[in-house]
Structures are given as structure tokens and as C-alpha cells.
Write a protein that binds this ligand. Sequence first.
Ligand code: ATP
Length: 364
Amino acid sequence: MATITLVQVEKKFGDFQAVKPIDLIVDDGEFVVLLGPSGCGKTTTLRMISGLETVTGGRIYIDDRDVTWHHPSDRDIAFVFQLYALYPHMNVRRNIVFPLEAQGEDKGTIERRLAEVVELLRCQHLLTLHPGALSGGDQQRVALARALVRRPAAFLMDEPLGALDADFRETMRAEIKQLHINQNATTVYVTHDQIEAMAMGDRIVVMSEADIQQVGSPSEVYYDPSNTFVARFIGSPGMNLIEGHYLEGIAQLAGDSTYQVPENWRSVLDRTLKDKKVLVGFRPEAGQVKEDGAINAEVYADELHGAHTMLHLSLRGDASESIIHVRARRGLGLKIGEFVKFDISPEMVRFFDAESGKAIVAEV
Ligand code: ATP
């Protein structure tokens, strides 16, 4: 397998900057997910790696080969699209072995590789069928088999599960991940679905507005987002961000509450946000409704999420009416409009500069 390195790679379509200059290293055997909203440049980035799109600037390396201007077929990369792109007139077996025949592999090699991928993807029973007779999930499985059979240096996948219904998506998600574990194949995977990204990625590259916002493990982008975009985009619902004004260890929050920042944050906040606007961030599970909580709120709505309740709260006295999500145990018996108080777990609170949107980095 291979390492993929992007150095200041960018793409313009005329005057339009689809991808700003980005740097990224995908390690050998790593599963990296490009995640972001529609139009942020994920597919264009993947297509530049594959060679289907030329770069406007920068260099692309596969291991230490500079492939920036190599033809796609000379990059030793397999591409799996959302659309299965199987040949409808060939049966599954021929679809899978086609790339090997095209490469001129001998019969013995073809049979051996076919047997391997068929076992791996459990599609023996499909071999004699034509694509038209297969379910969406099976078609995608065959498309994966066709990509795997070549044993490329790396896999690029663009929303390969996008066309599948929810059940199949989950099954295929697990299969692709399992496949990755078995093969240890360097993979770059594009999705706009943050749950998919969190479930599958060794690392996630969060993109927005043609740029990389953060590169990190699922738990890094979840617990330590580098800015407010990542904080809101990751998680369902995203991170709560309460606006306030910071001075001397106290954040005066929107509405009528004051929040005493944990002692370990005090010196960095004194240095960076003294007498400035701050955003106090926390995940819904980091809020605890309790009688002696410091933050005053009002119940706006509640949703039963099976094992727990997701409370939608508005801060008491906050004219902006922004909604805070706090996870609570089932059966609290709160009514809409009722006043409550909550606290934030000190180890789960994060702070952002309200002007720049950047996270304040905790001092170790
Ligand atoms: P999606 O999930 O919707 O595919 P994406 O993050 O993959 O989004 P890209 O397809 O990479 O986004 O597109 C990035 C931007 O570049 C978009 O604004 C898109 O309209 C634009 N774009 C993509 N291809 C071209 C092209 N061939 N010519 C002009 N603009 C393009």
C-alpha cells in the first residue's frame, strides 16, 4: 500500500476557487475521510488525487513518486463512485475480472484474485447474475470487488453508500470498514455524513469553503474542534455555543447567567479573551440539569431519544432565543416553559474566540 501526500494542492475553475491550497498526508494503510457540506471541495480534492481532475497548483505524491501530472491509469489507484458503474451486459464474474483482463494478467492470477475478493466480499452466489438483477447493496459490493481485485496502491471512494437505503448503508459501512481492517489499504473516502465519517475514519479531514478546517481523529474533531464550524458540524445536534463576555474568570452569558470558568482555563482565557466576547462550548451530554446548576434556562421542547431525553433549552433572559441542547435522563417530567438550571462538566467545556471563531487551546 502507499502514502499519499498533498503539498499546497489547489483547484480553480476559471476565477472560482474550488479548493484552496491544502496540505495533507494520508499514511500508509490509513482510512481518511473527507467530510464537509455540499460544495466544499471534497470531490474535487479526491478527483485531483485520482488524476481525473488536473491541479491548478501544488504537487501530489504517492509514496515518493510525484504523480501530479500522471494519467489516472498510471497512478495505481482504484476509484469507487456513488454510482456503481458496473457493465450492465456483463455478469458479475466478468465485471469483477475485467480490470485484470484489461491489464493482461494470466488466467491463474485472475482465478486466484477472483476467489480472494469473492470470499472477502461474500459474493460467490452473485457471480452468474447480471447487475440489473442485483440490489443496490449487492451492486456496490460488486463494485468494491472490482476495485479490490486490482490490488491498487490506494482506494478513493466518493460517497459510495450515498445511493443505498439506511439499513444497507449501515451494513455496507461495517463491511467497508472490515475490508479496510483486513486489507490495511490506504483509503480516502468522501462523505457529507458526519456519522459515517465518525464511524469509519481513522482520521477525518473536515472541509468547508474550499479549505481544510481540521484534520484529526474522530474523537479529536468531536471533543476538541478547532473552530466553531467544526464544533457545529460534528455531532447531532452539534456543540452548544453560548455567547458571553469574559472577564477575570467569569463569563457573563447571554441572558441572566454567569459562568465561572474552571480554574485550569483561567490563565489562558485571561491572556486571550480578557474583556472580550467568548463562546462557551459544550456537547449536549456535558450539560447536567440540576437544582443548584449555575446556568438559568427554560424548557423549550423535549424529545425522547429512546434511552435518554434531549432537552431544548433557551437561556433565561436571552433575547436571541438561541437553543441549547442538553441530554437528560428519561422521565425527568419537565414541562414546556418550566424554569431549570444546568451545569457544564468542567472537563468537557471548551472556549472559542467569538470574533475569529477559533478554539482557545487549553494549557497542558
Ligand atoms: P458535493 O458533496 O455536493 O459533491 P463537494 O464538497 O464534493 O460537494 P465539489 O464537487 O468538489 O464539492 O465542488 C466544489 C465546488 O466546485 C462547487 O462549488 C462546485 O460547483 C464547483 N465545481 C466542481 N466541478 C466544477 C467544474 N467542472 N466547473 C466549475 N465548477 C465546478
